[in-house]
Design a protein around this ligand. Structure first.
Ligand code: DX5
Ligand code: ZN
Length: 227
């Protein structure tokens, strides 16, 4: 079986008045995961939603739920997210203190654990916990808003994380988030990313949700062939 990449539409750019419907459309359109951006107005200058809305969405689908916590004190919300039966929780290395303890708390709650790096945070910040992780998220924009431009230096950072994982034989997922769409998918995959988060490129696409997922996947997979 040839290697595939995974597409995780971020509902941040969905129509919040029709959130359930849009999530189902993404799932039916081939999304491998639903990326849920929790923001608290402190860690990032924007507010979105928390566990109650995620729990309500969970009633609609058994799809893989990937929660990206852009919040201070992320440990507070882990029990409620476990109750909502989310699959994966990603915390920011800049907000989770101590990082090792928070990662263990997530795993003890029966949830896969991810750690995210802001654009200005060096990959060394995640090195010590790498063997414990199910996912590393390289942010390719400063978190807080959808629709921002991809930061080019992220390509090199993805390659660094890919190198660290491969060198140690670690199987953690390598996810990229921010400014991902048909034009950036190929080069982030070539650098080593395998799970692509896309918000505005999916929910704002003139080709519809499924059409957008298909083209991002197709372009991304070109990055696999040219390895
Ligand atoms: C930004 C969020 C992203 C956001 C990406 O802080 O973490 O998941 O939805 O949006 P796009 O894909 O539009 O850059
Ligand atoms: Zn996100």
């Amino acid at each position: 079986m040839p290697e595939r990449i995974r597409i995780a539409p971020s509902v941040l750019s969905a129509d919040f008045a029709r959130l359930g419907e849009q999530v189902l459309e993404a799932v039916e359109g081939g999304a491998n995961s639903i990326h849920l951006d929790m923001m608290d107005g402190h860690f990032v200058p924007n507010l979105t939603f928390g566990p109650p809305i995620i729990k309500a969405l969970r009633q609609q689908t058994d799809a893989h739920f990937d929660v990206h916590m852009m919040v201070e004190n992320p440990e507070r919300y882990i029990p409620a997210l476990a109750e909502a039966r989310v699959d994966l929780v990603t915390v920011h290395v800049e907000a989770a203190r101590p990082l090792h303890r928070v990662v263990h708390q997530i795993k003890e709650a029966g949830i896969l654990a991810g750690v995210a790096l802001n654009p200005a945070t060096p990959v060394a910040a995640v090195e010590e916990v790498l063997p414990e992780l199910d996912l590393v998220l390289v942010m390719s924009v400063n978190p807080g808003f959808g629709g921002q431009s991809f930061i080019e230096s992220s390509v090199e950072k993805i390659a660094q994380v890919r190198g660290m994982l491969d060198e140690r034989g670690l199987k953690a997922e390598l996810q990229v988030d921010g400014g991902i769409g048909p034009d950036t998918a190929e080069r982030v995959v070539r650098a080593g990313a395998r799970m692509l988060v896309a918000g505005s490129a999916v929910f704002g696409s003139p080709h519809g949700i499924k059409g957008a997922i298909d083209v991002i996947r197709r372009n991304g997979e070109r990055g696999l062939i040219s390895h």
